[in-house]
Write a protein that binds this ligand. Structure first.
Ligand code: AMP
Ligand code: MG
Length: 276
């Protein structure tokens, strides 16, 4: 059972943050498996990635729909690993990935959506945001980089910004990768201990980790405030990489399926033409 498009067990139903609901991460099971098994997951993911490859080829050829995938999560939640797996299914030409870092002076001289808007994918593209405009209600809130009355208004801006994109033909899917504090500790330790991962780790990561509860509150509010019917958040238990990959791949494939992308018809007279 690789896909469950509309069944009760579809990840789209299980993980979608209901618009208007209050997200509470306190009781969240970060290692939930929903009855799926790791042994089977590898084959299941491979099947879904095949589906994704076919859907993207059509979407690219049709050049009608733009799809924006937003990935958020605390440090070491698995954003990079997710991109490696999901984008691995796609033709890179149609899959721009944008990583949002600490804003440059030029970016800071503008409104916070300025740097984001220009990277929204165009028709035919599936664009992936590794972090996003949500940083402006997450790290910015936790560090008090702007006063509260400014970041609080941003939830409304973001809802409207995304609504505008949807109205203009962009399909938006947002994934929050949720890991446990102990899982982050293990992953950080692994980064320190593994010479091939050490470059990823900064001493500042330990300082950020001390603000775990502040980040949790900021994540809860961001998800509660901005999950809409048009641009839903999916809250993904991400302690287990295999479950995370399977869930995200399935949700994305089901979302693309709904767009029903088709290869464009051939030019009149092409069919049956013999090329000398
Ligand atoms: P990484 O994802 O590990 O490459 O780190 C990127 C860093 O940029 C993270 O620490 C983010 O919190 C930070 N960052 C991204 N966007 C913003 C923003 N709008 N304001 C401040 N810091 C940001
Ligand atoms: Mg980092």
């Amino acid at each position: 059972m690789a896909t469950t498009k509309d069944g009760d067990r579809s990840f789209r139903r299980l993980l979608r943050v209901k618009p208007g609901s209050k997200v509470d991460l306190a009781g969240f099971d970060y290692a939930e498996t929903f009855g799926r098994e790791k042994k089977r997951a590898e084959a299941d993911v491979a099947d879904v990635l095949d589906r994704l490859a076919d859907l993207q080829a059509r979407l690219w050829a049709e050049a009608t729909h733009a799809v924006l995938v937003v990935l958020q999560g605390i440090d070491a939640a698995g954003k990079d690993g997710t991109i490696r797996v999901i984008a691995g299914a796609f033709n890179p030409q149609g899959c721009p990935v944008t990583s949002f870092k600490v804003p440059t002076p030029l970016e800071l001289a503008h409104d916070y959506l300025w740097r984001v808007h220009q990277h929204v994918p165009g028709k035919g593209e599936i664009g992936i945001f590794n972090r996003s405009h949500y940083e402006d209600v997450l790290v910015v809130r936790v560090h008090g980089l702007v006063p509260e009355e400014r970041w609080r208004r941003r939830y409304g801006h973001i809802r409207h910004f995304e609504e505008m994109l949807v109205d203009e033909g962009v399909t938006i899917v947002k994934f929050f990768l949720a890991i446990d504090k102990e899982e982050q500790r293990r992953r950080f330790q692994d980064r320190v201990d593994d010479p091939t991962k050490r470059w990823k780790f900064r001493l500042g990561d330990i300082e950020e980790r001390k603000r775990w509860d502040d980040y949790r509150a900021a994540f809860e509010d961001a998800l509660s405030e901005t999950s809409t019917d048009e641009a839903p958040w999916y809250l993904v238990p991400a302690d287990r990489n295999w479950l995370r990959n399977l869930a995200i791949a399935e949700i994305l494939a089901d979302t693309l399926d709904d767009l029903d992308p088709q290869y464009p018809p051939a030019e009149e007279g092409v069919e049956g033409t013999t090329v000398d």
